[in-house]
Write a protein that binds this ligand. Structure first.
Ligand code: WTA
Length: 649
């Protein structure tokens, strides 16, 4: 975001109230009803959550205690047992939903498949057997590295069914990044595909898995879906085609019940040190958060067709493609490929073709649509849409208004949803029939969520003042720990403000209590809605033989939100040329994934440091943005470094 857009955020003062028509059909149709429920939820959380859990989840054994909270460890619904996949599938069988589409899939080449709830149940049961026959037991870890195809959803649900813990690895990650994740969680099995379609080309997923497995000895077997038909190397005794395993597998499977706190999945995300964090979510609380928020915030109705453009490899894909939607019995539209393939109107075409009613996407995509031009939009009707959503970063009022006018035709409310991998489900968002929207603000907290804006010392700041956002009460879908590293969990989230969860985001509250989130205040960048830790990029660069030292920072960017700029000082005698810049970009692509390749590589004789040797990123950020270096530089060890950096490039 540029400085200009930041200024206009504070200037936008229009309030968009839900229409009478929307309110009259909404799952929650008035501000008073929201206030009443919210007040109940925070004043008597045990009572509120216990009621919701009984109403929204199918239990095999009722829970005894709603919450056990010994900060920072929460246990929700203890004593209870349930099966997450049963809550997403079996529950709908024998009801009017049995033959309803659970998934409508469109591949990038244009192939379309519809899978009903009954069929999805069959698929999941079969895969559950296949996994069990491969020796997988409850608690074992399974990695899923797949394109956006129905089998990815089937794989997640089959893991949940047998109590295996899935870790979905985004298809854009490199072999090196896969290897690190497999080793960290000691995965036993990998589910992948030969490839996936992206912008008319094949992304060779199996080949990446093969490379990763050279260094991941815990993996015993690999299950491979045939998607793209490219040649792959099948290792005898280790790799099996999904289709071959399929033959003869029974399609009925009795699901076991698991404890409420049984681990459901690990999802790796970036933090402020080099190693990605394995965020652990458990069963009942997570599912309740995902289900309840989907019901209210997406205002789900029986005949909705819901399209979320996020990849299944991110938390949005977990909560708002799979668990939140299927547990509500909704029809999920799944698209495999790029939004501009073959033309930049692919989304609008698909919305008309499939009668999509709800679209959930990210500001970075909206900015790309704006740039591609209105012509691509106006040639489509988009009259099936009734609700729009945004997630991943702050949406500027400009993008909000364009989305509202061009896509929603002024008719569809927009839900700007703030949340994180760690929170599991949406924390702040306008419930669309109840809370008036202000473009640029995620508005008010969801039930049971108590965010506060505080200063460095943890003292609440007055309304209108910038500060850091904390969440003061535990909530059912919160992360439970970091896989294998509880100390880091305590330090990263509950260390800054003892006993309360620190989000890592800066924000302020306006006079109406609305939250305006400005973005990360730590060393995590948000690039096109992808979380990338500066330390991760620096650690990757440090492994290149030419690099002496490197620092990564963000630079405001109109399209991506933030662009990645790396400052590199080279080892003596290495020539700083364009070929090396390209080689370093490629190196990061190999170490992390193409999406993390920096937008600019700048060579420097030295990096600005404090006398104690800490790199002063604040200064590098100003240099990267082309701004004058302001603020306190008295702790800087050698000022000439800055002059040299400014002259370079
Ligand atoms: C940012 C994505 C402003 C924020 C679900 C957060 C947002 C990080 C919004 C989490 C929003 C997400 N407005 N900022 N509506 N949604 N963010 O873990 O900085 O990939 O901390 O989860 O994205 O990113 P993550």
């Amino acid at each position: 975001m540029t400085d200009q857009t930041i200024t206009s955020v504070s200037r936008e003062s229009r309030i968009f109230k839900p229409s009478a028509e929307f309110k009259s059909q909404a799952n929650l149709g008035s501000y008073e009803a929201y206030r009443r429920l919210y007040t109940e939820s925070v004043n008597a959380p045990d009572k509120f959550w216990s009621k919701q859990a009984k109403e929204h989840l199918v239990w095999r054994k009722p829970f005894k205690k709603t919450l056990q909270w010994k900060a920072p460890h929460a246990k929700w619904f203890t004593g209870g047992k349930l099966n997450v996949s049963e809550n997403c599938l079996d529950k709908h069988l024998g009801t009017a939903r049995e033959n309803k589409a659970a998934i409508i899939f469109e591949g990038e080449p244009g192939d379309v498949r519809t899978i009903t709830y009954r069929q999805l149940h069959f698929h999941v049961c079969r895969l559950a057997h296949i996994l069990e026959n491969s020796g997988i037991k409850a608690g074992d870890r399974i990695a899923i590295y797949m394109p956006m195809i129905p089998e990815a959803m089937i794989a997640m649900l089959a893991c949940a069914r047998i109590g295996a813990v899935h870790t979905v690895i985004f298809g854009g990650f490199s072999a090196e990044a896969i290897k690190d994740r497999l080793n960290d969680c000691q995965a036993k099995l990998v589910i992948t595909a030969d490839g996936g379609w992206r912008r008319g080309k094949i992304v060779e997923l199996k080949a990446n898995v093969d490379k990763a497995l050279y260094g991941a000895p815990s993996v015993q077997s690999v299950l491979v879906v045939k998607r793209t038909g490219n040649e792959v190397n099948m290792v005898e005794g280790r790799d099996t085609w999904w289709k071959e395993a399929w033959e003869g597998a029974p399609n009925k499977h009795t699901a076991k019940a698991f404890d409420s706190e049984h681990p459901l999945f690990i999802l790796y995300t970036s933090g402020s040190t080099g190693k990605p964090k394995g965020v652990l979510h458990t069963s009942a609380g997570y599912l309740l958060g995902a289900k309840l928020s989907s019901h209210y915030i997406f205002d789900l109705k029986e005949n909705d067709r819901y399209f979320c453009s996020a990849d299944i490899g991110w938390i949005t894909g977990h909560s708002y493609v799979v668990y939140g939607l299927l547990s509500n019995g909704s029809t999920v539209f799944l698209y495999e490929g790029a939004p501009n393939q073959p033309e930049p109107d692919r989304f609008w075409q698909m919305i008309d073709r499939h009668g999509i009613t709800i679209l959930y996407t990210a500001p970075t995509a909206i900015r790309a649509f704006m740039r591609w031009g209105d012509n691509y939009v106006t040639r489509h009707k988009l009259d099936s849409l009734r609700l729009l959503g945004s997630v991943g970063e702050p949406i500027s009022p400009e993008a909000w208004r364009w989305y509202h006018k061009m896509i929603g035709k002024g008719r569809c409310p927009i839900v700007d949803t703030w949340w994180q991998t760690e929170t599991g489900s949406i924390m702040i968002a306008p419930i669309p029939g109840a809370i008036p929207a202000k473009p640029g603000s995620a508005t008010l907290p969801f039930f049971g969520i108590v965010p506060k804006i505080v200063d460095e010392k943890g003292k609440e700041v007055p309304r209108g003042t910038d500060g850091k956002m904390i969440i003061t009460k535990p909530w059912p879908s919160m992360l439970r720990t970091l896989w294998g590293d509880d100390e880091r969990f305590k330090k990263a989230y509950f260390g800054d403000y003892p006993g309360v969860y620190f989000t890592g985001d800066g924000a302020k509250q306006d006079k109406d209590g609305y939250f305006w989130i400005s973005g990360r205040v730590d060393d995590v960048l948000n690039i096109s809605g992808h979380r990338i830790g500066t330390a991760e990029v620096e650690a990757a660069l440090a492994t290149h033989p030419s690099v002496a030292e490197a620092a990564a920072v963000g630079r405001p960017d109109d399209l991506k939100g933030s662009a990645l700029v790396v400052f590199v000082s080279l080892k003596t005698g290495i020539a700083a040329d364009d070929a090396l810049k390209e080689a370093l970009r490629a190196h990061i692509g190999r170490e992390i994934g193409s999406f993390a390749k920096p937008d600019a590589v700048r060579f420097a004789a030295g990096l600005p440091k404090t006398r104690s040797g800490k790199i002063m990123r604040r200064i590098l950020k100003e240099i990267a943005a082309g701004r004058e270096v302001k603020g306190d530089t008295s702790t800087l060890e050698d000022f000439s470094v800055i002059t040299a950096l400014q002259q370079e490039d």
